[in-house]
Design a protein around this ligand. Structure first.
Ligand code: FAD
Length: 138
């Protein structure tokens, strides 16, 4: 980890053991606050799907998949990401995959170790609260 990343507290994606990632299901860049907060309370890095980077909601260095970065964290939390094969190519070496998607038929659930069928805008704030409680931050 560089001095700069240590100073900012940001975890570089390629070195991260925990990653919180968002897709087009999050609707727009204005909704990334909850992704960043979940990452912050977990001590995780943030990532995204390619359309999110293509739309400039997030920087391209966060884009994971066939045409982005390949990662192998201990935990990959995918929020509002469908689980297209090109996305999975970059994350399928993750040890544990948790998927949050409102569509029970989303392909990502087939690759998930844990799945939450629900609206990210309801589920993610609850995840943040639960982590805060666990860590005594609430
Ligand atoms: C040659 C090629 C290379 C590619 N390389 C990559 C790559 O490297 N990485 C990559 O990611 N993609 C890549 N793609 C694109 C890939 O095929 C998919 O189009 C892309 O991964 C879809 O991104 P997404 O899941 O964010 O969006 P979408 O497919 O639009 O999925 C959004 C998901 O969010 C869910 N959702 C919607 N609203 C909510 C809500 N409120 N709460 C919870 N869930 C919700 C939906 O049910 C849906 O499953 C590539 C494509 C091609 C052709």
């Amino acid at each position: 980890m560089t001095a700069a990343t240590q100073a900012t507290g940001e975890v570089p994606l390629t070195e991260a053991e925990l990653v919180v990632s968002g897709g087009r299901g999050l609707k727009g860049p204005e909704n990334w606050g909850m992704v960043e907060e979940l990452a912050k309370v977990l001590g995780a890095a943030t990532a995204c799907s390619r359309p999110v980077a293509d739309a400039h909601w997030r920087p391209h260095h966060e884009h994971v998949g066939q045409t982005g970065i390949a990662i192998a964290p201990n935990l990959y939390i995918a929020i509002g990401i469908s689980g297209a094969i090109q996305h999975l190519a970059g994350v399928n070496r993750s040890k544990v995959i948790v998927v949050v998607n409102k569509d029970p038929e989303a392909p990502f659930f087939k690759a998930a170790d844990y799945g939450i069928v629900g609206d990210a805008f309801e589920v993610v704030p609850k995840m943040i609260e639960a982590v805060k409680k666990l860590k005594g931050m609430a």
